[in-house]
Design a protein around this ligand. Structure first.
Ligand code: ADP
Ligand code: MG
Length: 281
């Protein structure tokens, strides 16, 4: 599969003005990374490690200080393709309240395609289809502020889906949700991946990261590790260094191995561990 996103030597600096003058924050330091079309990549790392800055660079919300990013071959710094880029790589943020713009659910979902100049009949069918796909169709005439956090986030996802992006970047989409809302949003993310979308999921929940095909660890604006969940989660030294927990299933597998049960190293999700243990019934 081809790479839908190519990050070449990305450096990003914020300039903060304060009483003492200008302060420069080096948020991303010479990062190179390619994302294959159709893949599911999780990005993890401590607060302030540069994950959100990286995400916002992926669809041109921020532009590189140096280096470049290509989305479907288009340079994000090339203004003539900014709408192609935003349409190809959609973004879902942590707080759905900041993403919902209209006072009725279906109007909110229609907002993106309207801005893209999609014909009204086509908008109508897209809105219905995406609201059904996130199981929010029955709420289509409701006001977003009356919904739960998880429902709002599903509407925000529908709004992005209505633009028919090939890639969706989720920046801690479940951080503000209760366990049920989290699981509903993760189920949608998994399904989008299964349907062929490229998914980039920034998360601080290791059980969520474990569901990806690939995990990238960011630390201090750089990539510290990049591999399959099995590789990354068994690299305990690296995980300890940046004080990230391992997923529950990895921790349990480790303890079972200490007791002499030979759990394969690629078991990193709870479902897989349950399946493995059930063999012993
Ligand atoms: P993460 O998402 O991993 O928590 P961020 O990308 O938000 O990390 O932040 C990376 C670094 O950039 C941090 O040092 C943060 O304080 C700084 N930073 C983030 N946003 C801004 C901003 N708007 N202005 C100045 N510095 C910022
Ligand atoms: Mg962040």
């Amino acid at each position: 599969m081809k790479d839908i996103i190519q990050i070449e030597h990305l450096t990003f600096d914020y300039v903060r003005e304060n009483e003492e003058g200008r302060e420069i924050v080096h948020a991303i330091k010479d990062v190179s990374l390619n994302i294959e079309e159709g893949s599911f990549t999780a990005i993890i790392g401590r607060n302030g490690s540069g994950k959100s800055t990286l995400a916002k660079n992926l669809n041109g919300l921020l532009l590189p200080t140096s280096g470049k990013i290509l989305v479907n071959g288009w340079d994000t710094a090339d203004e003539s393709h900014i709408w192609d880029i935003r349409q190809t790589a959609g973004m879902v943020f942590q707080n759905p309240d900041n993403q919902l713009v209209a006072s009725i659910v279906e109007d909110d979902v229609a907002f993106g395609p309207e801005n893209l100049g999609v014909p009204p009949e086509e908008i109508r069918s897209r809105v219905d289809q995406v609201l059904k796909s996130v199981d929010m169709y029955s709420f289509r005439t409701k006001a977003p502020h009356l919904l739960s956090g998880g429902q709002k986030q599903r509407v925000a996802i529908a709004g992005v889906l209505a633009m028919q992006p090939r890639c969706i970047i989720f920046d801690e989409p479940t951080a503000m949700l209760d366990p049920q809302g989290r699981e509903e949003v993760m189920a949608i993310i998994r399904r989008l991946h299964e349907e062929g979308k490229t998914v980039i999921l920034i998360t601080h929940f290791m059980d969520e990261a474990a569901q990806a095909d690939r995990i990238v660890i960011m630390d201090d604006g750089k990539i510290l590790a990049d591999g399959s969940p099995g590789e990354v989660f068994t690299d305990e030294k690296t995980l300890r260094r940046i004080r990230l927990d391992v997923p529950l299933a990895v921790d349990m597998a480790h303890k079972l191995r200490e007791r002499g049960i030979d759990v394969p190293h690629d078991i990193i999700t709870q479902e897989k561990l349950v399946e493995f243990i059930c063999q012993y019934k």
